[in-house]
Design a protein around this ligand. Structure first.
Ligand code: 5GP
Ligand code: ZN
Length: 114
């Protein structure tokens, strides 16, 4: 855990968040500034700063994060159409440097993204 990382602190229960799910490896919670009616963040408890800092050994973790997001799409009623987003690096819009997968749903979405 990184004590100056906001998502590590949410995972540790030190900063409040609206939790959607948690287990020994993964935590999911509602985004504080939602960009859609459903906007959840799925994170690993382990501090990994960026998607490109994962290794082949993290493949199962990444797969579990994706599966968790899919299940949460069903639980939140947006299984008919949702978007999963990984922002990797500042130019791509990453602002919190603890790996997270966005689940967005509940409204029509356009393409390409901004
Ligand atoms: P990024 O821009 O790094 O891909 O996404 C970071 C996300 O984390 C943003 O959508 C932002 O609203 C959300 N966020 C930042 N700080 C907090 C926080 O303290 N609590 C929660 N629940 N979400 C946060
Ligand atoms: Zn962290």
């Amino acid at each position: 855990m990184s004590s100056d990382c906001i998502f590590c602190r949410i995972a540790a229960g030190e900063i409040p968040a609206r939790l959607a799910r948690q287990d020994e490896e993964i935590v999911a919670f509602h985004d504080v500034a939602p960009q859609a009616p459903v906007h959840l963040l799925v994170i690993p408890r382990r501090h990994l700063a960026r998607l490109d800092q994962t290794t082949p050994q993290d493949a199962a973790l990444l797969g579990r994060m994706v599966r968790t997001a899919i299940e949460l799409a069903t639980e939140t009623g947006c299984a008919d159409g949702f978007r999963l987003v990984w922002n990797c690096g500042e130019p791509a819009g990453q602002s919190v440097f603890h790996l997270h997968l966005h689940l967005l749903g509940g409204r029509p979405m356009s393409w390409p993204p901004g």
